[in-house]
Design a protein around this ligand. Structure first.
Ligand code: AMP
Ligand code: MG
Length: 684
C-alpha cells in the first residue's frame, strides 16, 4: 500500500455466507489461506489504505491491522450497505470496492477503473466483461456518499437500481474474464481448489501463492493442503507475513498457515542482508516485518486492564467535566458587571460547593461564593480568586483587570462526548485507567494476553535446589527470562530445561508450537551446536540463524514454527546469561509488545550523556556495555562502564542501571566523550 494513493480499498465481507452453510465466506480457506487474504494481497498494492466491511467475526478480519466496519443500516443488508459503511469512514477522495470472495481479482483493476473515471468525469466506474457488469467491483468518488445515504433512507437496497440513478461508466475487462469469478458455495470452493495450473495457461489463479507450504484445517472439510515447492511458471508471491494473518478463525475450525518461504523471500529483498554479520538495525527490521499480532479481544474489569493493550477505540459517551465549573476557590461573577478601572462592588447572592450547586440565576451586579470543582452558577462566566477580593458583610469589592472566563473549566474540556479518547493498540497505564473510569465504564475490551513458552537447553544445566555436579552450572536464564516476560505482562509457559538431544528438543518445540504465540529458547544456537537444531527447526517451520554484528549476543535464531494447527514466532537466544538479556531487550521485547497488539512506538529511548570511562571498541559492530548512570559533581549526570563485561558475567547486569549503546560505526570511547544510554529503569 502506498499512502500517497488517494484511493481507499474496501473489501466487502459483510454477508452471512448463507450458501456456505452460514460460515463467513471471507474466512473460508482456499489454497492454504483465507479468501480475504487472497483479496487483501491483490488489492493492497493498488490502493492507499484498506477498510473491511464485515458484520461478524471482526476479530478475524482485524488481523490485518486495518479498520473493520459494520453496516450502519441493519446487518446483512447487502453490498450497498457495505459500500455505504466504507464510504462513511473513508477519508480518501476515491473508494474502490471488491468482494471478499474474488481471489483472482485483476491486479490492475483500480488503475483501469480510475483511468476511465477521470476520462469520463462520471461519479462511479464499474467493471464489465462482455455484457455482464460486475457491480461490486467499482470505483466511486467519495462525493456519492450523500446520494447513497438518501437512496438507502428511501428503502433502496439493490445496487443496480442505485447505479441507474447515477452517472456511471462501465469499464471493459474482457481480457481478464476469469478474474471476476467469485466463490459462493463449498462446491465451488472445492472445485477451484483442485485446479492445478500449468505453464503458459491463462487459467484463473495462475498467480496464486502456491509456493507456501500450508498446513490447514479448514472448516468442515478438514482438508490438509501440502505444497512443498511452487509449480513452474508461478509468479512470485507478493504477500508479506505481516499481511497474511495466520490466526484466523474460520467458523469454528482453526486455520493455521505457515508461509514457509516468506521469510527467505523478504530476506532476499534486503539490500545488505548477510546472516553472518547482520547489523542490529537490519535484524530488528526483519523481525518487525514478520510479526502477526494477536487480534482476539476479551472484556475485563477496569482495574484488570492495567498493563493490557486496548482492543477497541474508546469513544467518550460523556462530556468530562459534565458542566462548566470553577478551577479555584473564589467568587463567580458576570464579567460584564466589572468596571474597566477601579474596584467594582458586587452583592453576594449565595454559595456553590463541589457537588452542591447554586440553585438560582445570577442577577446584575451579583456574585456567588464558589469552591473549586463547583458548577458555575447560571449567568456567571468568570471566577475571581478569593485572595484579591475584599469582603464587607454581603458585599464584595473586586479589583479591575480580571479576564473574562478566567478560572473557569469548560464542560467537555477533558473529554468531549463523541470524540475518541483512547485508541485500540494503546497500552493501559494509570492515566488510562483513570480516564476510562471518568467515563463511568466498568469494563474494558483488551487484547488477549500473549502466550510465551520458554525453555533452556544444555546438558550442563542443573536446576536450582539440586546439587551441582562436576561441570554443571545452575540454569539462570530461565529466571531472567521469567522476570523479563512477567514484566511485559505475557502469559508465560515455563517448560524447564531441555537436554541437547534431538528427540527431547523436537518434543519440546512441538509442544510449545502447538500452544504458544511465541517461543523463546536459550542456548544451542551457536556454531557447533546449531546443526541439528537447524535441521529440526527447518522441519517444523522456517527459522533463520544469524550471527549479529553485536556484542554480546552474536548468535541468534528467528522465525516461525508450527505444530498441530498452531504457529508460533521463534526466538532462539544465545546461552550466555548476559547475551540472553541483551538480545531479549534489543529484539524480543519490542517484538512481543507488537505481537501483543501495541501500535505505539515501543522502541527504547536513547539518552546522551558523557562517559567517564575509556572503552575500547572497533567499528563494525554494536556494543551493549553495562553502565552505571550517576549524578556527579554539580549534579551533572554521567555514565561509567561497570567492571568485567564478559557475556557470562551476569553480575555486570545487576551492578548496572543502563546499557551504554556503542553504535555500529563507532570506535573507542575516551573519558568525556558523549555516549548513548538506555535506562534499565522500568525495564529490568
Ligand atoms: P551455548 O549457547 O549453549 O553454547 O551456551 C553458552 C554458554 O552459556 C555456556 O557456557 C553455557 O553453559 C551457558 N548457558 C547456557 N544456558 C544457560 C542457562 N540456562 N543458564 C546459565 N548459563 C547457561
Ligand atoms: Mg548449550
Amino acid at each position: 500500500m502506498s499512502d500517497s494513493k488517494p484511493i481507499t480499498g474496501l473489501i466487502l465481507a459483510g454477508g452471512q455466507g448463507r450458501r456456505m452453510g452460514g460460515v463467513d465466506k471471507g474466512l473460508q480457506i482456499f489454497r492454504g489461506k483465507r479468501l480475504v487474504d487472497h483479496v487483501y494481497e491483490r488489492l493492497a498494492p493498488q490502493v492507499g489504505g484498506i477498510i473491511i466491511n464485515a458484520n461478524q467475526n471482526h476479530d478475524a478480519y482485524k488481523s490485518f491491522g486495518v479498520r473493520v466496519v459494520s453496516d450502519a443500516i441493519g446487518n446483512f443488508a447487502g453490498p450497498l450497505a457495505g459500500l455505504h459503511a466504507g464510504l462513511s469512514v473513508s477519508r480518501r477522495p476515491y473508494l474502490a470496492s471488491v468482494p471478499c470472495d474474488s481471489p483472482f481479482l485483476p491486479e490492475d483493476l483500480v488503475e483501469r477503473l480510475m483511468a476511465r473515471l477521470n476520462e469520463s468525469g462520471a461519479e462511479l466506474a464499474v467493471a464489465k466483461t462482455g455484457d455482464q457488469p460486475h457491480p461490486v467491483f467499482c470505483l466511486a468518488r467519495r462525493s456519492v456518499l450523500d446520494h447513497l445515504t438518501n437512496f438507502l433512507k428511501g428503502g433502496g437496497r439493490k445496487i443496480d437500481a442505485w447505479y441507474a440513478s447515477l452517472d456511471v461508466v462501465e469499464v471493459d475487462f474482457d481480457d481478464e474474464a476469469g478474474a471476476f469469478s467469485n466463490i459462493n458455495t463449498r462446491e465451488e470452493l472445492a472445485n477451484l481448489e483442485d485446479v492445478t495450473t500449468e505453464e503458459g495457461t491463462t487459467e484463473v489463479g495462475t498467480t496464486l501463492e502456491t509456493g507456501a507450504r500450508a498446513a490447514t484445517v479448514a472448516a468442515g472439510a478438514a482438508a490438509a493442503v501440502e505444497r512443498l515447492s511452487p509449480p513452474p511458471g508461478d509468479a512470485p508471491a507478493r504477500a508479506s507475513w505481516s499481511a497474511s494473518p495466520a490466526r484466523a478463525i474460520a467458523g469454528d475450525a482453526l486455520a493455521r498457515v505457515v508461509s514457509r518461504d516468506a521469510l527467505e523471500r523478504i530476506l532476499s529483498c534486503m539490500d545488505d542482508y548477510d546472516p553472518n554479520a547482520l547489523k542490529v538495525t537490519s535484524a530488528r527490521e526483519v523481525i518487525r516485518s514478520f510479526l502477526a499480532p494477536v487480534a482476539t479481544n476479551e472484556k475485563v474489569a477496569v482495574r484488570a486492564a492495567l498493563g493490557r493493550v486496548l482492543g477497541e477505540d474508546i469513544i467518550s459517551t460523556l462530556d468530562v467535566p459534565a458542566h462548566d465549573n470553577s478551577a479555584m476557590d473564589g467568587y463567580a461573577l458576570r464579567h460584564a458587571d466589572l468596571k474597566n478601572a477601579g474596584d467594582t462592588e458586587l452583592r453576594l447572592a449565595g454559595s456553590a460547593f463541589a457537588g452542591r450547586q447554586f440553585a438560582g440565576k445570577l442577577g446584575k451586579r451579583e456574585c456567588v461564593r464558589i469552591m473549586t470543582g463547583a458548577v458555575m452558577p447560571k449567568g456567571a462566566d468568570t471566577v475571581v480568586i478569593q485572595e484579591i477580593v475584599h469582603t464587607e458583610g454581603d458585599n464584595i469589592r473586586v479589583p479591575a483587570g480580571q479576564k473574562k472566563g478566567q478560572n473557569r473549566r469548560l464542560a467537555g474540556e477533558d473529554l468531549a462526548a463523541g470524540k475518541p479518547v483512547l485508541m485500540a493498540g494503546q497500552p493501559v497505564g494509570p492515566a488510562e485507567l483513570g480516564l476510562i473510569a471518568s467515563l463511568g465504564l466498568a469494563e474494558v475490551t483488551v487484547r488477549r494476553r500473549l502466550r510465551v513458552a520458554f525453555f533452556s537447553t544444555g546438558d550442563e544445566l542443573a536446576s536450582v535446589g539440586s546439587e551441582l555436579k562436576q561441570g554443571e552450572v545452575y540454569d539462570s536464564n530461565r529466571y531472567t527470562l521469567y522476570g523479563m516476560l512477567s514484566r511485559l505482562g505475557c502469559d508465560i509457559i515455563d517448560m524447564g530445561v531441555v537436554r541437547d538431544d534431538p528427540a527431547s528438543l523436537e518434543r519440546a518445540l512441538k509442544a510449545a508450537a502447538a500452544d504458544a504465540d511465541a517461543i523463546i529458547t536459550s542456548g544451542g544456537v551457536s556454531v557447533g551446536e546449531a546443526d541439528f537444531i537447524r535441521e529440526l527447526l527447518g522441519k517444523l517451520g522456517e527459522v533463520v540463524f544469524w550471527k549479529i554484528a553485536m556484542k554480546p549476543g552474536r548468535p541468534m535464531a528467528f522465525g516461525k514454527i508450527a505444530h498441530a494447527g498452531n504457529e508460533a514466532h521463534f526466538f532462539g537466544l544465545p546461552g550466555n546469561p548476559v547475551a540472553v538479556m541483551v538480545t531479549f531487550y534489543q529484539f524480543v521485547r519490542e517484538a512481543l509488545l507488537v505481537l501483543s497488539g501495541r501500535t505505539d512506538d515501543c522502541t527504547l529511548p536513547l539518552l546522551q550523556v558523557p562517559c567517564t570511562s575509556s572503552i575500547k571498541k572497533s567499528p563494525g559492530r554494536t556494543e551493549f556495555q553495562r553502565g552505571l548512570l550517576a549524578r556527579g559533581e554539580r549534579g551533572r549526570w554521567s555514565v561509567c562502564a561497570t567492571g568485567a563485561q564478559g557475556s557470562g558475567v551476569l553480575r555486570s547486569m545487576a551492578e548496572a542501571n543502563c546499557f551504554i549503546v556503542l553504535e555500529h560505526e563507532r570506535g573507542s570511547v575516551k573519558p568525556g566523550d558523549l555516549v548513548q544510554v538506555q535506562l534499565f529503569h522500568g525495564l529490568v
